[in-house]
Design a protein around this ligand. Sequence first.
Ligand code: IPD
Ligand code: CA
Ligand code: CA
Length: 265
Amino acid sequence: MTDAFSSIDLAQELTLALEMADAGDAIAYAYFEKQNFTLSRKADDSEVTQADRETETAIVDFITRLRPTHAIYGEEHGHSGNADSPWKWVIDPIDGTSNFVRGVPVWATLIALVHDVEGPVLGVVSAPALHQRWWAARGLGAFANGREIKVSDVATIAEAQISVTFNAGWEKIGGTANLIALQQRAYRARGYGDFWQHMLVAQGSVDIAIDAIGLAPYDNAAVQAIVEIAGGRHSDRLGIRDYTQNSAISSNGRLHDEVITSLKI
Ligand code: IPD
Ligand code: CA
Ligand code: CA
């Protein structure tokens, strides 16, 4: 492990990340309750609101003030901070914006601390409209609303609960048929979507979560940290552990290789 890694106190960084989540929740949840915000479309046609932008601004300001030597990467405002740092905060201010704008409570602020060699080692997923917050840091455990969590020990697909997000990206690579076949072999299939399905894997409620194709690093970083620290695996659709890839599969670990094999095209 590198010097930069052993010299950081992840407990301190976690305290800070939870404070950032409090600051983010205060802004995002106020907008959600009132359902009163400007809504526009980005270049990729995805929805964005002033709640997304203002939430990220608050978190970035917080990091800039308290961790000026670290790098920052957020969905709405891009890169800032010290690009040479081995430490990068990766932020998705609202994951599930399409839910947020329709009044569906499945949305969360995702905050991760990523090390340039080790990858995501700390994550906070704060979903105030669900009254749920998950967090984890390497060596300190994974938690949901303060209760320690771990993945399930389900050992076969036939006994597994699975959550799948179908989208045009899967269709484009010819993967839809494999997804359908896999969920038909499972004990039960539902689509919980977004960050939620991965957190349900981390807390042992669901055994496999397969996300859409077309993800970005900020969709994956916090989720990967929490799933891994809860004892699970998080990889791209080919089984590679890399939060910057555009696909994401979480599992309890035991089922991971079989899922990856089943999805091979
Ligand atoms: C979306 C969520 C979703 C994934 C989409 C993302 P956003 O993020 O992460 O799970 O399927 O591809 O765009 O735009 O709501 O932050
Ligand atoms: Ca997202
Ligand atoms: Ca987002």
